[in-house]
Design a protein around this ligand. Structure first.
Ligand SMILES: *[C@@H]1O[C@H](CO)[C@@H](O)[C@H](O)[C@H]1NC(C)=O
Length: 209
C-alpha cells in the first residue's frame, strides 16, 4: 500500500471511531448533568432498555384536574437519554383539564386517540391559538409556551404527546403560583389577584403563607 492510501485508511479509522455513539441509556444511579445522564454499560444492555410499557396503562384521573399525565421521560424510560425525544400519555376524564402549563425543555406534538380535546397555546406575543381536536388530529405546542388541554367532549379523552427532549420538564402555572409557600402578598403583588382568591387557591392546591 502506498503511503497516501495508508493515510486515507488511518484517517477513515479515526473518523469512524470518533463518530457519534448509537445510544446512551441513562444510568439513573448516577447524577444527571446538563448533557444528560451518564450511560449504562453497553455490555449490560438488552432490548428491554429500549422498550417501555408504562404508557399502556391509563393514569388515575380521580383528582382535582380529573386528568393524568403519565410521562415516559428519561426518569421513567432511560432509553431516551441523549436522543432528544420522549413521550407521555394524557388521560382526561369527562370534565378533565391539563391546566395552563409549559415544558421549558422541548416542543410538543399531541395526537388525539379518543374523545374531543380543546387545546391551545399562547405565544410570547400573547396571541392565542386554540382549537377543538378530534380523533386523529395532531397539534404542535412550541417549546416553552403556555398551553392547555381541556376535555370538551361528553366522555373520556385520550391523547399521546411526544417531545423534542428526553427531559422536557413540566411546570403547571397554578401549582407554581398557589401550591407552594410563596407569601400571599407576593402572589397578590405579582398577579394583581385579590388576596381572598389567592388564599382560596392556596387552600385548594395545598399552598401555605
Ligand atoms: C386513584 O386515586 C384516588 C385518589 O388518590 C385513590 O383514592 C384511588 O384509589 C386511585 N385509584 C386507583 C385505581 O389507583
Amino acid at each position: 500500500m502506498s503511503i497516501p492510501i495508508l493515510l486515507v485508511f488511518s484517517l477513515l479509522f479515526v473518523a469512524s471511531t470518533a463518530s457519534v455513539q448509537d445510544f446512551c441509556v441513562a444510568d439513573l444511579s448516577k447524577s444527571d448533568t446538563p448533557s444528560g445522564f451518564p450511560c449504562k454499560d453497553a455490555k449490560k444492555l438488552s432490548v428491554d432498555d429500549f422498550v417501555y410499557s408504562g404508557l399502556g396503562v391509563a393514569g388515575n384521573t380521580t383528582n382535582l384536574i380529573k386528568a393524568a399525565v403519565t410521562p415516559a421521560f428519561t426518569a421513567q424510560f432511560p432509553g431516551v437519554n441523549g436522543l432528544g425525544i420522549s413521550m407521555a400519555r394524557l388521560d382526561l376524564a369527562t370534565g378533565g383539564v391539563i391546566p395552563m402549563h409549559t415544558h421549558p425543555g422541548g416542543s410538543e406534538v399531541l395526537v388525539v386517540i379518543q374523545g374531543t380535546i380543546c387545546a391551545g397555546f399562547i405565544s410570547s406575543a400573547n396571541s392565542v391559538y386554540f382549537k377543538t381536536l378530534y380523533k386523529g388530529d395532531i397539534m404542535v405546542f412550541p417549546q416553552g409556551l403556555l398551553h392547555f388541554q381541556i376535555n370538551s367532549g361528553k366522555g373520556p379523552a385520550l391523547a399521546f404527546v411526544s417531545f423534542s427532549s428526553p427531559v422536557p420538564g413540566l411546570q403547571i402555572t397554578d401549582f407554581a403560583l398557589f401550591a407552594n409557600d410563596l407569601p400571599t402578598e407576593l402572589v397578590v403583588a405579582t398577579t394583581f389577584l385579590d388576596a381572598a382568591v389567592v388564599k382560596k387557591l392556596k387552600g385548594v392546591l395545598g399552598g401555605t403563607n
